[in-house]
Design a protein around this ligand. Structure first.
Ligand code: ADP
Ligand code: MG
Ligand code: MG
Length: 254
C-alpha cells in the first residue's frame, strides 16, 4: 500500500518584496485506497499545499518532509513525482501548443508506465473513459488546455486521473465552476477511481457540495496554513451547517 506522508510542512512565498509564510506545519498521511477531504476558508493555504506537493517553483519549502513510500518527494523533479505515482492535476495547467489531448495522454501514460500502452486497448480505454465523462470524441483532438472552459478543464483532469492510474491523487477545487450535472459526472469519475481501491485521493475544496457525491473517509479542516481539526464524514456535515467561522482567527469579524 502506497503512503503519502506530509510532516510539519512549512512553505513561504515571495510577495511584494517580502517573504510570507503560508503553510505553518501541515501534518497529513494519505494511504492508497483512502479518500481525504481538505476543506477550509478561502486564503487558508489549500492551493499552496497542492502547488507545493506539485513542486511549483513559486513555493519554497522551509521546513518539513514529504515522503511517498519513504522516498523524498521534495527531492524529485516534477516528472519523477508523476512516475513515482503522484497525480497533481495542477501540474500542467498551461496551454501546450500543438499537443493534442490524445497525444498528451498517451505520452503521459508512457512516461509513467515506462512503456507505451498497447495502441488498440489504449484507444478503447480512452474512448470508453471519455464516454463515461460525457466528453465529445472531438475533444481528444484539441490542443491541451487551449480555450478549455472551466468544465472542460475539470473533465480533462478526471480523464487523466482515470487513465494514468496514480497511487495518490491530489485534486484542487475539482468542483469549482461546475454546474450540477457536470459536478455529478466528474464525481462519478472520482468514485470509479476510488472503487478500484488503488488510489488514495486528497480532495481539496472550499465548498461542501462535492461531498454529497464523493463520501470521504476522512475530513480535515484547513485554517491559517495548517490542519485545525480532523474527523470523519460527519465533520463535513458540521461544516455544511456551521461554515468555517469557528476556525477563522477572530471569528466572524475576521
Ligand atoms: P486557498 O487555496 O485556501 O484559498 P491559497 O493557498 O490560494 O489559499 O492562498 C493562501 C495565501 O497565500 C493567500 O493569502 C494568498 O494570497 C497567498 N498566496 C498563495 N500563492 C501565492 C503566490 N504565488 N504569491 C503570493 N501570494 C500567494
Ligand atoms: Mg485561493
Ligand atoms: Mg485554492
Amino acid at each position: 500500500m502506497a503512503t503519502l506522508e506530509i510532516r510539519d510542512l512549512h512553505v513561504t512565498v515571495e510577495a511584494d518584496n517580502a517573504t510570507k509564510e503560508i503553510l505553518k506545519g501541515v501534518d497529513l498521511t494519505v494511504k492508497q485506497g483512502e479518500t481525504h477531504a481538505i476543506m477550509g476558508p478561502n486564503g487558508s493555504g489549500k492551493s499552496t499545499l497542492a502547488y507545493s506537493l506539485a513542486g511549483h517553483p513559486k513555493y519554497t519549502i522551509t521546513e518539513g518532509t514529504v515522503l511517498l513510500d519513504g522516498e523524498d518527494v521534495l527531492e524529485m523533479t516534477v516528472d519523477e513525482r508523476a512516475r513515482a505515482g503522484l497525480f497533481l492535476a495542477m501540474q500542467y495547467p498551461v496551454e501546450i501548443p500543438g499537443v493534442s489531448v490524445s497525444n498528451f495522454l498517451r505520452s503521459s501514460a508512457t512516461a509513467i508506465r515506462g512503456e507505451a500502452p498497447k495502441l488498440r486497448t489504449w484507444v478503447k480505454e480512452v474512448k470508453e473513459t471519455m464516454e463515461q465523462l460525457h466528453m465529445d470524441p472531438s475533444f481528444a483532438e484539441r490542443n491541451v488546455n487551449e480555450g478549455f472552459s472551466g468544465g472542460e478543464k475539470k473533465r480533462h483532469e478526471i480523464l487523466q486521473l482515470e487513465l494514468l492510474k496514480p497511487k495518490i491523487a491530489i485534486l484542487d477545487e475539482t468542483d469549482s465552476g461546475l454546474d450540477v450535472d457536470a459536478l455529478r459526472i466528474v464525481s462519478e469519475g472520482v468514485n470509479r477511481v476510488r472503487e478500484t481501491g488503488a488510489v488514495g485521493t486528497l480532495l481539496i475544496t472550499h465548498y461542501t457540495r462535492i461531498l454529497r457525491y464523493i463520501k470521504p473517509d476522512h475530513v480535515h479542516v484547513f485554517a491559517d496554513g495548517r490542519i485545525a481539526e480532523s474527523g470523519g464524514p460527519e465533520l463535513a456535515d458540521k461544516l455544511e451547517n456551521e461554515g468555517y467561522e469557528a476556525y477563522v482567527k477572530g471569528g466572524a469579524s475576521a
